[in-house]
Design a protein around this ligand. Structure first.
Ligand SMILES: *Cc1c(COP(=O)(O)O)cnc(C)c1O
Length: 327
């Protein structure tokens, strides 16, 4: 949509994205291309941070965030801060020496966008979460605090925009039932989407339009993900359906099955990302199997995969894969 490497401006960011099709597991799978929002500001991070792009914040001059130095959200926050003319202080546990000496991927992109990436002081005990939320409590009125990965109510605005786009696409297709599949980290994207569809669509005994959000856990186990959902809502009817094939894939760890799946889905002509999407497609294939049984969802419904961006991290991850498994 936009040339890679271009400077981002607010006017460049189009949050309406196309829907493509691919063949997968003997099915037609629709792909919502949120990777195309903008090369420097894409995927679910762009959706989750939409609120901070569209509202006026006359008094703010600084944003405080935290997470991994390789995270997609670091890159997106850096771009957001630059667009708004804010300083970004992004706190991390530790930056590996290798990364400091060879900045790359999201870390490099964030530095190039002026991010101030700060390691937690060695003498501070306790985890990064509580350290940064304590810092945030002392923040001035000119500073805004965004929890890890945009896990906060603000994220709902952009995800509701996305939900509306999906409903209007379904309407154009005369489609009344959809399984929307996406892999989860914190689960914020999946949960806010499911909550939106439940609240927005009338829940009569014969609902006219239904969207079920189906997800899988990529960072902790299923219990961790359910716990994350409960932190975001006390209403369990808003929880997305979690698919698992019983295997636990360790986040960021190289895995042959993940690599093979990634190459297989990239053959469709769409480039997917290498951390979440391989697990996502492994679980989607499991879900689409005719023997898959669940009480609350029906795997014969049309299915849409949400492409959540994150492609900037691919080159460094792919280099690791090629070193381990070859081309
Ligand atoms: C951040 C991210 C996720 C996880 O999103 P959550 O809302 O934390 O579940 C999934 N895929 C990609 C590409 C991401 O960047």
């Amino acid at each position: 949509m936009f040339a890679a490497g271009s400077n981002v401006s607010l006017a460049d960011i189009s949050i309406d994205t196309p829907v493509d099709k691919m063949r997968f597991a003997d099915r037609e799978v629709f792909v919502k291309r949120d990777d195309l929002i903008h090369p420097d500001f894409s995927g679910n991070k762009a959706r989750k941070f939409q609120f901070f792009l569209t509202q006026d914040f006359p008094h703010i001059n600084k944003v405080i965030g935290y997470g991994s130095p390789q995270a997609n959200s670091l890159h997106s926050l850096a771009v957001l801060a630059k667009l708004r003319g804010w300083q970004l202080d992004y706190h991390v546990d530790h930056i590996a020496d290798y990364l400091k000496q060879n900045p790359q991927g999201n870390y490099l992109a964030a530095l190039n966008n002026g991010a101030n990436i700060v390691e937690k002081p060695k003498h501070v005990s306790g985890n990064l979460d509580s350290y940064v939320s304590d810092l945030a409590k002392q923040a001035s009125a000119n500073e805004i605090y965004i929890p890890e990965g945009g896990r906060c109510e603000y994220a709902a605005e952009g995800l509701e925009t996305l939900g509306l786009q999906i409903l209007s696409w379904m309407h154009q297709q005369n489609m009344t039932r959809l399984n929307l599949f996406l892999p989860s980290g914190t689960g914020t994207t999946a949960l806010f989407l499911q909550r939106f569809f439940k609240r927005y669509l009338p829940q009569a005994s014969q609902p006219t339009v239904t969207v079920n959000v189906i997800t899988c856990s990529c960072v902790g186990g299923d219990n961790y993900l359910t716990h994350q959902f409960s932190q975001l809502t006390s209403q369990s009817e808003f929880h997305p359906h979690i698919v698992s094939n019983g295997t636990k894939y360790h986040f960021g760890k190289l895995n042959r099955q993940c690599y093979d799946m990634w190459r297989r889905v990239c053959d469709s002509g769409i480039e997917f990302e290498l951390l979440y999407d391989p697990v996502g497609f492994i679980m989607l294939e499991h879900f689409l199997n005719k023997d898959y049984k669940a009480e609350t969802v029906d795997n014969t419904w049309p299915v849409m995969y949400l492409h959540q961006g994150g492609l900037l991290g691919n080159p460094s991850m792919l280099a690791r894969y090629i070193r381990k498994y070859g081309q």
